[in-house]
Ligand binder design. Structure first.
Ligand code: ZN
Length: 944
């Protein structure tokens, strides 16, 4: 509930609009390119035309990922088949020759794979991808995975009964997706690409075609599109490559089918389309103007020269976007954000776009500032300093990638293999990428950058202009068009060259002395304390070469919020936007270009925190930066402006979806309007500023207890010396984190009358939420029992809702136990459903809860809930972030290490009867609080 204002700061950067289309011939892109392919991948093709990519990799050790890419998506649908590619994807989980309907997910859960239909498969315009992440690289599990993929390839039964049952699921998905955001992107696509095939083929389909789908019509799509020539199987993991290859051959060699048909083009995209204007209004949309021109598709296969050109033009776009960001970060910003870029529309064309996220009502001012920068760049190009800053960033990311090449994750490598299949991007070794970059770098000049960018960017002459927002612009379309034309006539001046700056925080005084230095005997975490009270915990790992994670915890966080001053810590996540005393936030971007660093603080329950990703090389600077933020925050006005813009936007769309309406009201309902846990008025947020933040958290930044965790590719003694020079050199800190016992307890309302709140979204969307008060986190066995109960609840609800409504979604269940509020915790269930289905959903949840109260769950359900939990525990310390979750508070919350070590044995000791006891204690049918979110103007469906 708290912290919801942080996530709304929208970073705007134009991304490529869509990937390139796959040609129908089955050769590999590297067969015709001068980019050398990474030799550690093994590529193969079966006689039937199916391709595969296999690679041994052991990060995380003893695990694997399997991906099946089918080059069939919504573009392949005829007019009467809209939504079928996605429908078929769903049918992959609903029965095949060897796996009966409803059994696949269960089978995977028993093997420890937590599964949700859409998290493990996805359908886009061009392809459908099936994914399995194997928690163990044992051959039996691999064989199961290959068997399931083989079933999906050609053995799905797609019976009429299963189609009818699944239809409801897909219609629910369609209902859930129908948000202001989705409607806006659909409209935008149809405005800019009115003739394009893809603009009429958003993968979800239409109610009409989905309702008309039958077993026969879906099978026709399936047998036509799921053919060997359309499929690539990818297996990356801790296996012998030869054995995987043999397995693929064994499972897939018998598959035969017709040749793959060519995928219809996504276009046409008309290059001469110009001069049209659109105004699109939705109360949830903040103001944005998009100026766009289409051009022909530039066919550029992956090659050394093409990558050089791509690098050059991307530097050009990045510099323009850097200039625009600088304007957005001023104390009087002309816009909230703006961006310029060019992307391919599949292989049908390319689009150059200038996008302005204006302050509501101020589109003219925003457009003016953005057009100036766009024209300035095209007229005068870039400075050497700007190119150098971008090169530093690129050089560092390439060098970081090369240094950690040997410990890339299975998922990252699967991603590289997917990019070969999907975009024909050749996976070459990070070392060869680095070598090509360094060879080319001397030729990267401001002139070369401008030339490459101009070659690709389509001139914005007589462009298409689209306005979106809450209120139409004054003067409508004509005003937009006229503003654009006037601005294109204005004279523009050259950009001034910024002087260079150096980081002003490298000396924090006499290095601190280490007063204790011990090692945890079980996990080998080294625990150090400095004379000033700062705690430091270290763990060297070989998991990821050249990578370091740093955590910082400072006493404070949400616990500073009181009933009288409930927003004390609210702006803390914007501390970094105010920069440092010596440097603005924007200047820091230039000064720190080319460094791998994180900056800023988050709010935790009783701490301010940071989790930084850095490298051994940049660890000293990372520690300098964190220490500077604590000791000399800049509190510059531009950070307040950023905060207020995001708050205003957040409130403007507060009721636009059932989820956001619930988020807005739930805290106040549960806490009986306790100000610490309730959304305050917009006015209260808008009045916040840095003066108040300094008053409210300054003392904590200056004196609060500090604990630092460092995990990864580190030399322990060097890390200790670096912390000694920075945080260890500060004046004395409080030795322990505060308990905040003086805060009044957090309570859960005694009023169990059902509540109804309203949203302003579509008239069929409802959200049902039931919350039970539970307990705090102090008893580890109770915490694990409730976690198991959460998983059992999810398994049972999925089964039951499907039975009751003929549809399944992934209803959520969540157990949260407070570490800091005595006796406080919650267990909740959320289901987003059709308004008509509210009574049946309520009834189904009620039945599941009743059942959990009256009898132990079956051994099978118990196993399906438990195995994924055990697997995640087994794999927890195979990543640096897993380690950091134990290292970060190893001294102040030492018992967490003990809990981790005993967790497996405690889980194995739990029985279904234990869950029943726990359910009876906390989850009785009448002790939950129901909150129902309904569309505005819809009367309340029948109560229970
Ligand atoms: Zn779906």
């Amino acid at each position: 509930m708290r912290g919801f204002l942080i996530a709304v700061l929208v970073a705007l950067a134009p991304t490529p609009l869509a990937a390139k289309q796959v040609p129908q011939d089955s050769s590999w892109a590297f067969e015709n390119s001068d980019i050398p392919v990474d030799p550690d991948f093994r590529f193969g093709r079966l006689d039937n035309g199916m391709r595969y990519i296999v690679r041994h990799n052991a990060t995380p050790a003893g695990t694997a990922v399997v991906r099946m890419v089918v080059n069939a998506g919504s573009l392949d649908e005829t007019d009467s088949e809209l939504g079928y590619a996605h429908f078929v994807e769903h049918m992959a989980f609903n029965g095949s020759k060897r796996v009966p309907e409803g059994e696949m997910v269960k089978l995977l859960e028993r093997d420890g794979l937590a599964f949700g239909a859409d998290t493990n498969a996805s359908t886009s315009f061009e392809r459908t991808v099936y994914k399995l992440d194997l928690p163990r690289s044992d051959h039996i599990l691999l064989d199961t995975a290959l068997m399931l993929m083989r079933e999906t390839a050609s053995n799905l039964t797609i019976t009429q009964g299963a189609v009818d049952r699944e239809r409801g699921v897909i219609l629910s998905e369609m209902r859930d997706r129908n948000t202001w955001d989705y409607r806006n992107s659909l409209d935008s696509t149809q405005f800019f690409y009115p003739q394009a095939r893809y603009a009429r083929r958003f993968p979800i389909g239409t109610t009409e075609t989905l309702n008309a789908a039958t077993s026969a019509s879906l099978r026709a799509f399936y047998t036509r599109e799921y053919v060997p020539g359309n499929v690539t199987l990818i297996v990356i993991g801790d296996f012998d490559v030869g054995a995987v290859e043999a397995g693929i051959i064994r499972h897939f060699n018998d598959w035969s089918g017709p040749d793959a048909e060519a995928q219809p083009g996504a276009g046409p995209v008309a290059s001469d389309d110009s001069g049209r204007t659109e105004v699109y209004i939705d109360p949830a949309l903040s103001e944005r103007v998009t100026v766009l021109r289409n051009g022909p598709y530039l066919d550029q296969p992956d090659s050394v020269v093409e990558r050089q050109q791509n690098l050059l033009r991307n530097i050009g776009y990045a510099i323009i976007n850097r200039r625009l960001r600088r304007l957005a970060r001023t104390a009087e910003p002309p816009f909230r954000g703006a961006g310029f870029g060019t992307g391919n529309i599949f292989e049908a064309g390319r689009s150059s776009r200038l996008i302005i996220d204006a302050v509501d009502g101020h589109w003219q001012r925003g457009l003016q500032a953005a057009v100036r920068e766009y024209r300035r760049a095209l007229a005068y190009g870039f400075t050497k300093g700007e190119v150098t800053e971008q090169l530093a960033e690129i050089r560092t990311s390439i060098a970081d990638a090369a240094a950690s090449a040997d410990t890339r994750s299975n998922r990252a490598l699967a991603g590289a293999a997917m990019a070969l299949v999907a975009d024909e991007t050749i996976p070459s070794t990070p070392a060869s990428v680095q070598q090509r970059f360094e060879n080319f770098a001397p030729q990267i000049t401001p002139d070369a950058v401008l030339e490459a960018m101009k070659h690709e960017a389509v001139p914005l002459d007589q462009p298409l202009i689209r306005f979106e927002g809450r209120k139409a612009p004054e003067g409508g379309s004509e005003a937009l068009r006229k503003a654009w034309q006037d601005l294109m006539q204005e004279p523009v001046a050259k950009a001034a060259d910024e002087g260079s700056m150096t980081f002003g925080y490298t000396d924090f005084g006499q290095p601190g002395k280490v007063v204790s230095d011990t090692r945890d005997p079980h996990l080998g975490i080294r625990e150090v304390r400095f004379a000033n009270g700062v705690m430091l915990n270290l763990k060297h790992t070989d998991i990821a070469k050249d990578k370091v994670l740093v955590s910082l915890a400072i006493d404070g966080g949400d616990m500073l919020d009181t009933r009288a001053n409930p927003l004390a810590s609210e702006m803390a996540p914007y501390l970094d936007e105010g920069g440092l005393g010596k440097h603005s936030r924007d200047a820091l971007d230039t000064i720190l270009a080319g460094r791998t660093l994180s900056f800023g603080l988050s709010r935790g329950a009783a701490t301010f925190t940071q989790r930084a990703r850095t490298t051994p090389r940049d660890l000293p600077l990372q520690l300098d930066l964190l220490t500077a933020l604590i000791t000399d925050p800049g509190y510059r006005r531009e950070g307040e402006v950023q905060y207020r813009q995001s708050v205003t936007n957040y409130f403007a769309r507060l009721r636009a979806t059932p989820q956001s309406a619930l988020q807005a009201d739930l805290g106040a309902i549960i806490s009986d309007d306790d100000a610490r846990f309730s959304l305050q008025s917009l006015q209260d947020y808008r009045q916040l500023g840095y003066d108040k933040l300094r008053d409210d958290i300054g003392d904590r930044l200056a004196h609060g207890a500090i604990e630092v965790g460092i995990v990864g590719d580190i030399d322990e003694d060097r890390a200790i010396a670096l912390v000694a020079k920075t945080l260890g050199a500060l004046p004395p800190r409080e030795p322990t984190f505060r308990s905040y016992d003086d805060q009044p307890q957090r309570t859960f309302t005694a009023d169990r009358s059902p509540r109804v709140i309203h949203h302003t979204g579509p008239a069929d969307q409802a959200l049902l939420r039931i919350t039970w008060p539970t307990r705090d986190d102090s008893d580890p066995v109770a915490a694990l029992t409730l976690e198991m109960l959460e998983r059992v609840m999810r398994v049972q609800l999925t089964d039951r809702l499907r039975e009751a409504l003929g549809k399944a979604y992934s209803p959520s269940a969540n157990s949260w136990l407070s570490r800091h509020w005595k006796g406080y915790g919650t267990f909740s269930v959320n289901a987003s459903v059709d308004v008509r289905d509210v009574p049946a959903t309520r009834e189904a949840i009620h039945t599941v809860v009743q059942d959990l109260n009256t009898a132990p769950v079956s051994a099978d359900v118990f196993q399906r809930a438990r195995q994924p939990l055990l697997e995640s525990l087994h794999n927890a310390l195979k990543s640096n972030s897993g380690w950091l979750s134990l290292v970060d508070r190893a001294q102040s919350e030492a018992e967490r290490i003990d809990r981790y070590e005993q967790a497996e044995q405690r889980i194995l000791a739990l029985t279904p009867a234990d869950l029943e006891v726990m359910a009876r204690r906390y989850l009785t049918p009448n002790s939950g609080l129901e909150v129902l979110v309904l569309p505005e103007g819809v009367s309340t469906p029948a109560q229970k």
